[in-house]
Design a protein around this ligand. Structure first.
Ligand code: SAM
Length: 481
């Protein structure tokens, strides 16, 4: 989870321990990026204090909340289908209330209440602390909506309850919102302007995770490299901060170092990096601290400079390659993954060929590839015609996916014969007798269980691979155990 849409977890229902005193049942389902899953843990934490236990059985719910994604039209359509399912349950449970959280709530606002009448409550990503009041409103028979975006809300003061956790890996949000204004992207409109979380609150959350047995955290943000704490406030207002605030400011590489030093045996990951904001000091910090994992998710979106410009990605492909070269030089073992959008307005066969060339140049370890989906309200949605026919988008996408698959195979084969540290996350999906974990590069590794257990760091000899999975045998506990 990376921040990126992981198809395996979409629609996951989340549940935590039940409290006897809590009398109402909350069914909370999450879609979209890792930030949404992390936000659902904040929501569950707020509602645990309001008398709600979580349930995974829809028919037992008193309140259904769906944390939504607007990144592509398909995501919204999936959620609309789910909303009709929840409404069917209302026939047998008339007191059941349904609320929409997250990006779709922010994008469609009271349209979901007034025109479509499919929900009782609409709550944007910065309004979760208002949930107790909003629930009182719906309890008394009124619709409730709060989609106000905030300048400083980071939920830094809320300890998320870990939902459906493996007890080993967890997300820790460090920024909210995004200022990049990529022309295809709805995020700045649904999650607001970029703000960073107090490093001390990040550290306390990490400390608590460590104390409760977690072994790996992923620092999350739409654009983590842009993290900047100068006492609170929006990133865009940093220029008008006092000299003192500027001198004391914490940027992403400092935060990364603070977290890495706090728990040298805890694995640290982060996501997502934007090429225009990623600086050398971040790569150097990764090289300095063994517990920062060797993986950078570095969306490229397109290999064509003309399309990158139309997308308002503020770098050229040459600058991107320069960054790749720096990563390869400073961190030779670092995995690099991508996001690509194909069929952006005006994309020609020549632009598409440039994307294939970029793939060939980097040979990414893995990637997330999408056909362009026009989002209302974005700059591209307003100013550019979605003029690449669906069939062409699909054909280009399948060519990109096929090439990426070859590179996945090429990269996984590079691990063969090596002994790598794996953190065990759980049982392999394919075999009860095998553990599943990840190496530092974030590649999935499966191996026979023997006497090891979930949460152990184990050195595994890699014997075999597919394009997505490494297979091995345990050699011994690693020094981090
Ligand atoms: N903030 C990150 C960045 O811009 O590098 C990622 C943001 S987004 C949650 C994850 C990915 O969704 C993007 O990197 C992009 O590839 C894809 N995406 C965003 N908007 C899209 C759209 N309108 N159509 C298709 N894919 C889109």
């Amino acid at each position: 989870m990376e921040k990126t849409i992981d198809e395996n977890v979409q629609g996951t229902t989340l549940a935590n321990e039940t409290k006897k005193a809590n009398k109402r049942n909350l069914f909370i389902e999450s879609y979209g990026c890792a930030m949404n899953f992390a936000d659902s843990e904040i929501v569950a934490s707020i509602l645990a204090k309001e008398g709600f236990n979580t349930t995974q059985i829809l028919e037992e719910a008193d309140l259904v909340l769906v944390n939504t994604c607007s990144i592509r039209d398909k995501a919204e359509q999936t959620i609309r289908k789910r909303l009709t399912e929840y409404n069917k349950v209302k026939k047998t449970r008339p007191h059941l209330k349904v609320g929409v959280l997250g990006c779709m709530a922010e994008r469609l606002k009271d349209k979901l209440l007034d025109e479509e009448k499919i929900v009782d409550m609409v709550v944007g990503p910065d309004a979760y602390k208002d949930l107790p009041n909003l629930i009182k409103e719906v309890d008394s028979g009124r619709d409730a909506v709060n989609v106000i975006l905030s300048k400083d809300e980071t939920y830094g003061d809320i300890a998320p309850v870990r939902l459906n956790t493996n007890g080993v890996t967890a997300f820790v949000s460090i920024t909210r919102g995004c200022d990049n204004m990529c022309t295809f992207c709805v995020v700045p409109f649904t999650r607001g302007r970029e703000r960073s979380r107090d490093p001390q609150s990040v550290l306390s959350e990490v400390n608590e995770l460590w104390q409760t047995g977690f072994k790996e955290i992923t620092l999350l943000g739409q654009n983590v490299d842009s993290y900047l704490w100068y006492g609170g406030g929006l990133k865009k207002n940093f220029d008008s901060a006092s000299e003192m605030q500027k001198a004391m400011a914490t940027n992403f590489s400092k935060l990364l170092e603070m977290v890495a030093l706090a728990h040298p045996k805890m694995r640290i990951r982060f996501s997502t990096s934007n090429p225009q904001d990623m600086t050398l000091d971040v790569i150097e910090t990764m090289a300095k601290h063994k517990n920062i994992c060797n993986h950078i998710h570095l969306p490229v979106q397109s290999g064509s400079n003309r399309i990158l410009k139309e997308m308002n990605r503020l770098h050229t492909i040459e600058k991107y390659f320069e960054l790749i070269e720096n990563i390869r030089q400073i961190l030779p073992d670092c995995a690099i993954s991508q996001d690509i959008i194909t069929g952006f307005p005006t994309e020609t066969e020549e632009d598409h060929a440039a994307t294939l060339k970029a793939l060939e140049y980097v040979k990414y370890d893995f990637g997330y590839m999408y056909a362009y989906s026009e989002r209302p309200g974005t700059l591209a949605g307003r100013k550019m015609e979605d003029d690449v026919p669906e069939l062409i988008k699909k054909r280009r996408l399948s060519e990109i996916i096929a090439l990426q698959r070859e590179h996945c195979q090429f990269r996984t084969e590079k691990h063969l014969g090596k002994i790598q540290e794996v953190l065990i996350e759980g049982t392999s999906k394919k075999s009860e007798n095998e553990w599943m974990g990840r190496n530092s590069q974030s590649t999935v590794v499966v191996f026979p269980k023997e006497n090891y257990k979930v949460g152990d760091f184990v050195n595994v000899k890699i014997n075999d691979c597919t394009s997505a999975t490494l297979k091995g045998t345990a050699v011994e506990y690693s020094v981090n155990n």
